[in-house]
Design a protein around this ligand. Structure first.
Ligand code: ZN
Length: 313
């Protein structure tokens, strides 16, 4: 039986903030992370370990990780594009590394100045580095394939290439693999098709989807992923987000709207939507110049809404 529990990873502090030009104070980032953890979010991608000159927003990455690590029960994840980032993330004490590999050659060259296969070789170096650590210092290693469903530079992306790279990452030692619609090109039928094709190769090692709502299909795509057996989704509070190397790519699917959809369907997220909406209000007040989107914050919860019933033992 497919699980009726769905994991949500909040990626706003990383994906949302990477395109925010003004430096957001560390205290605002950590208050955001704490508020979401208090609402029941159990995994948060808190930053990206990239050189400060490339993304000044993450200059305080190590400090953010250190503060996030003090929150009991929270899995602290960080994005790393290379071995250097992985070393810094491990030194900071992250629980989970998300390595990113773009299927589109043009996006990969723009984003990390390496071809997909060169980036795969970098992943192998990270696996070797992690293997050299004491087991208790070794974080979980996730491999995130990006531009899986389309690319702003290349248009359509070859699904055979998606399957090949997913299999190569799993083979190389990824604990799990996720698929990202970096630029909001996916449609629900494509999600179903690609998830099924990748699962035929690597099975349950494909765990998660990372979706953007650029063209309004975000929640429809999440539903297609659910129906194809995916039980883990990235999302951003208020839909904050984008990609500096993917012009026009708007925010992630909206965390609070996704939680609302899932809980309405009787799926358990462990997240209290009311407290999540409080976290959104606080963040909007702290980032007055940013664009927040979504529906449920405006409409409110339907009268008598209770969400999914708690799990029975
Ligand atoms: Zn993204």
């Amino acid at each position: 039986m497919v699980s009726d529990t769905v994991e949500i990873c909040e990626v706003g502090p990383r994906d949302g903030l990477q395109s925010v030009k003004d430096f957001v104070p560390t205290a605002v980032k950590t208050a955001w992370i704490s508020a979401e953890a208090a609402a029941g979010v159990r995994e948060i991608e808190v930053c990206s370990f990239v050189p400060e000159r490339v993304v000044p927003q993450f200059a305080d990455a190590a400090a953010v990780v250190a503060l996030a690590r003090t929150i009991p029960g929270l899995t602290v994840a960080a994005l790393v594009p290379n071995l250097r980032g992985a070393r810094d993330a491990v030194a900071a004490g992250v629980h989970k590394l998300t390595f990113t590999l773009s299927v589109s050659r043009s996006h990969s060259l723009a984003n990390v100045r390496r071809t997909p296969d060169e980036q795969l070789a970098e992943f192998v170096r990270i696996v070797a580095f992690l293997a050299s650590l004491e087991p208790e210092r070794r974080p979980q290693l996730s491999a995130g394939l990006s531009t899986v469903f389309g690319c702003v530079y290349e248009g359509a992306v070859d699904e055979r290439e998606v399957c090949r790279l997913a299999a190569a990452l799993a083979e190389a030692g990824a604990d799990d693999v996720s698929l990202a619609d970096t630029t909001g090109h996916a449609d629900p039928a494509q999600i179903r098709r690609v998830v099924t094709a990748v699962r035929a190769g690597i099975g349950e090692r494909l765990t998660a989807l990372h979706l953007h709502d650029t063209r309004g299909l975000g929640l429809a795509n999440a539903l297609a992923g659910l129906e194809a057996g995916i039980r883990s989704f990235d999302a951003a509070l208020g839909g904050l987000g984008g990609c500096p190397f993917a012009p026009g790519a708007l925010g992630n699917i909206v965390t609070e709207d996704l939680v609302y959809m899932l809980e309405s369907m009787g799926l358990r997220t462990g997240i209290d939507i009311g407290r999540l909406l409080d976290a959104r209000r606080a963040l909007e007040a702290a980032l007055p110049g940013e664009r927040f989107v979504g529906h449920i914050h405006r409409a409110g919860l339907p009268k008598g809404f209770r969400g999914a019933p708690p799990a029975t033992a």
